[in-house]
Write a protein that binds this ligand. Structure first.
Ligand SMILES: NC(=O)C1=CN([C@@H]2O[C@H](COP(=O)(O)OP(=O)(O)OC[C@H]3O[C@@H](n4cnc5c(N)ncnc54)[C@H](OP(=O)(O)O)[C@@H]3O)[C@@H](O)[C@H]2O)C=CC1
Ligand SMILES: O=C(O)[C@@H]1CCC=N1
Length: 284
């Protein structure tokens, strides 16, 4: 993205995902003329300032989100889904013409976002944490937003990885498939490390093995035109070691475990669409 194209950016909500996106954009060198973040706490803002960002907090300035939104051309909303009623009306009231809002919130539908913001220039994007290293995957629902503004958003997320246009049902599905998906891969790495410890390796070497396997398999997948199934077949010698090990996964029906997990995540994404408040009283 060129200097002329890069928009002034505001990010409302400065948690895990917001910082992932900022890291990816910094890494790919997007020349934003200004970046302002808004967190709840002053402590978080201080952390971000140490990274060279203009960081506001609601604790220090109750109007922080409105002032950040007023000065931006792209406003990313990255608070928790159940915070939208508190956060969006003030953002919407401050928006200048020609500004687009990007919601990365799981579940919350465009109709509700438009109502709370009072604008149609809002899109939903569902990114994932590998965006940190520009190996992300994001679904985007453009809705009825201005096409040239949507183009800027699409380009911004293309800096972070692959971008797929979907409808809102597709985005709910991607929330668990590609949004949560990296967590499934990390879970596998954790379990592989635990198996290595079970077979006698110390924790350091066990994690070293698991990391090398996941990183190596990912790199091979990225570099190869072969399907995942074909890459797996090449490791699986007839009546060999892999065959015996994979049979355990098949016997326990790993396929339906993954489908059940995806369905549970999808159900939660749909629930979040209408969740009025944080059901467990925590923001983590
Ligand atoms: N994590 C992920 O991989 C993905 C997350 N998402 C979505 O991204 C959103 C954020 O998730 P995540 O980053 O994990 O959550 P975090 O809890 O890490 O971040 C939430 C942020 O919101 C801030 N905040 C709370 N209240 C306010 C307020 N009133 N005004 C402004 N900021 C406020 C918090 O401030 P403080 O830091 O000071 O507490 C915090 O920085 C969620 O809606 C989630 O569905 C989507 C795809 C992937
Ligand atoms: O767990 C969550 O709700 C968010 C959405 C997808 C990944 N993290």
């Amino acid at each position: 993205m060129t200097v002329a194209e890069a928009p002034a950016l505001a990010v409302v909500g400065a948690g895990s995902l917001a910082r992932t996106l900022l890291a990816g954009w910094r890494r790919s060198g997007v020349p934003f003329p200004a970046v302002t973040t808004v967190s709840l706490t002053a402590a978080r803002a201080a952390e971000l300032r140490a990274d060279g960002v203009t960081a506001l907090s609601v604790e220090e300035d109750p109007d922080a989100a409105a002032s950040a939104a007023a000065a931006a051309r792209v406003v990313v909303i990255a608070v928790k889904p159940w915070m939208v009623d508190d956060v969006l009306p003030a953002v919407g009231a401050a928006l200048q013409p020609g500004t687009i809002v990007v919601s990365v919130l799981a579940g919350v539908r465009l109709a509700r976002l438009r109502d709370l913001l009072g604008t149609v220039d809002v899109v939903r994007v569902l990114p994932n944490t590998p965006s940190h290293v520009n190996a992300g995957f994001a679904g985007i629902v453009a809705g009825g937003a201005d096409a040239s503004l949507v183009g800027i958003v699409r380009e911004l997320f293309a800096e972070l990885g692959d971008v797929m246009d979907v409808d809102e049902d597709g985005l709910d599905a991607l929330t668990v498939l590609s949004g949560s998906g990296p967590a499934f891969a990390f879970l596998l790495a954790e379990k592989l490390a635990a198996a290595a410890e079970h077979q006698g390796f110390g924790p350091h070497d066990a994690e070293r093995i698991a990391r090398a396997v996941l990183v190596g398999a990912g790199a091979l997948l990225a570099d190869s035109r072969s399907s995942p199934a074909e890459l797996r077949r090449r490791i699986t010698s007839l009546r060999g070691v892999t065959h015996h090990a994979v049979e355990v996964f098949e016997d326990r029906d790993l396929g339906s475990i993954v489908i059940d997990a995806a369905d549970a995540g999808l159900a939660r994404a749909r629930e979040l669409a209408s969740a009025p408040a944080d059901p467990v009283g925590t923001t983590s």
